[in-house]
Design a binder for this molecule. Structure first.
Ligand code: C2O
Ligand code: CU
Length: 462
């Protein structure tokens, strides 16, 4: 009794205006609370939402302005069914945030408390997301709905599609129980694979499109599921950005895999199709994903009219000149001060990095401030894939099993898909802040069950 696919329109998360502005600083206030949402048509589901909605409101931020977000935890004392205490920590994923505002997993705010997070927005433009990061309960809290977008001006200074032709797609999977509530079934702390696909909080929605180009900012905000996306027409996607902003040049591919927390900016040109054409965003087979017939499709685009507006209908051949000081795409292996090896594996029914479990007191690496390092991720865990995220930095993927990264991975990244038996090498510069940061698998069930560690930037050393 799953809801029918392609029966509801796509909705777009609302943009949150600042509460006040002063000089170069914008102040926002967000309240995390329990709320009811209509996700399945005609039914009500209890969620946790930033301002009571999921996905949360989008923060649309100008580069160069400082943002202060007061995050008020007004959640119930205990989760309605799982009964853990609803403490929170908010992480802005993709931002080089000073360590005290980075959503450290043990920097918890209890219900009834708030924390002000301060974000300098001095990095290049990008599509980020903010989400809960509470130690051992990130999976449950994000699954309940604590996730939203935070977009700096990515793509707005070049003639990529904008305005209503610039559409975020937050993709998630859920399991609903017979009462229409989210069921958290992580298969014995292994993974959560839902049979209902939501985009922007609605099941298999439809977007009516005009005959022109659209920019989609795709975020996989699922718990464990990865996707291998493709268009039903067999046409390729044009990739313009990765996690850390614009790619040097656009890339094409007919299909791409996207693990939890990865973002890709993708242009689709609907001028190729006649009015009346329906284009399904499909999800192809992916090793060690649990697929159901219902998870083979994500949403549908219905071509309904000629373009009302043909300005900004381009993909420039050069997206970003690059080569700047902090451009990870300009880094070369010869600049690296050291290479670190990280092994991801299953151990005693939990998930380990280099044989070790999460311990907030232990620092497993100490890069010097602004040191360039190569990190080598080795997936040793057999039948599992791990989307691995390094806080603070943007990186460039050097190779995977000795071969070049996929075309769509040739842009700045902060999360990398490390598939079964894969060894991925990346290069990044550890700055601009010193301090303690996390690195972990972003299958948040793995993260909560110990596949997370810390590094401390500043001292320089092993
Ligand atoms: Cu998206 Cu450590 O998080
Ligand atoms: Cu993992």
């Amino acid at each position: 009794k799953l809801p029918a696919p392609f029966a509801v329109p796509l909705s777009i998360p609302p943009v949150l205006p600042p509460l006040t502005s002063e000089g170069t600083t914008d102040f926002y206030e967000i309240t995390m609370r329990e709320a009811e949402a209509e996700i399945l048509p005609g039914r009500s589901t209890t969620i946790f939402g930033y301002n009571g909605i999921t996905p949360g409101p989008t923060l649309s931020v100008r580069r160069g302005r400082t943002v202060v977000v007061r995050q008020i935890n007004a959640l119930p004392q205990r989760h309605p069914t799982l009964r853990y205490e609803c403490t929170t920590s908010v992480h802005l994923h993709g931002n080089a945030t000073p360590p005290q505002y980075d959503g450290w997993a043990e920097d918890l705010s209890a219900p009834g408390f708030f924390k002000d997070y301060i974000y300098p927005n001095d990095q290049n433009e990008r599509t980020m997301w903010y989400h809960d990061h509470a130690v051992h309960h990130t999976a449950e809290n994000t699954y309940m709905g604590l996730a939203g977008l935070y977009i700096t001006d990515e793509g707005r200074n070049i003639p990529l599609p904008s305005g209503r032709y610039d559409v975020p797609l937050v993709v998630q999977d859920k399991i609903f129980d017979t009462d229409g509530q989210f069921l958290f079934d992580d298969d014995g702390q292994k993974e959560l694979m839902g049979d209902v696909i939501l985009v922007n909080g609605r099941p298999w929605p439809v977007l009516q499109v005009e005959r022109r180009k659209y920019l989609f900012r795709i975020l996989n905000a699922s718990t464990s599921r990865a996707y291998r996306l493709a268009l039903s027409t067999g046409e390729p996607f044009t990739f313009v950005s990765g996690d850390g902003g614009l790619m040097p040049a656009p890339q094409q591919d007919k299909t791409f895999r996207i693990g939890v927390a990865e973002r890709y900016g993708v242009v689709i040109d609907f001028a190729k199709y006649p009015i009346g054409q329906q284009v399904v965003l499909r999800n192809l087979e992916l090793k060690n994903n649990e697929e159901f017939p219902s998870t083979r499709q994500v949403m549908r685009f219905d071509v309904v009219s000629e373009a009302a507006d043909l300005t900004r209908n381009e993909v420039p051949a050069v997206l970003k000149p690059g080569g700047g000081q902090d451009d990870p795409m300009a880094l070369q292996p010869s600049q690296a001060r050291r290479t670190r090896d990280w092994r991801f594996e299953r151990r005693r029914g939990q998930w380990a990095i280099n044989g070790l479990f999460w311990d907030p007191r232990r620092m497993d690496a100490a890069p010097g401030l602004n040191d360039v390092e190569i990190w080598r991720f080795d997936n040793h865990s057999g039948g599992w894939f791990h989307p691995v995220h390094v806080h603070l930095i943007d990186f460039k993927i050097l190779d995977r099993n000795g071969r070049p990264p996929f075309p769509y991975e040739r842009g700045p990244k902060d999360t990398v898909y490390v598939g079964e038996g894969e060894v991925v090498r990346l290069i990044g510069k550890f700055g601009p802040h010193a301090g303690k940061y996390m690195m972990h698998c972003h299958n948040v069930v793995h993260e909560d069950h110990e596949m997370m560690t810390n590094f401390e930037v500043g001292k320089g050393g092993p």
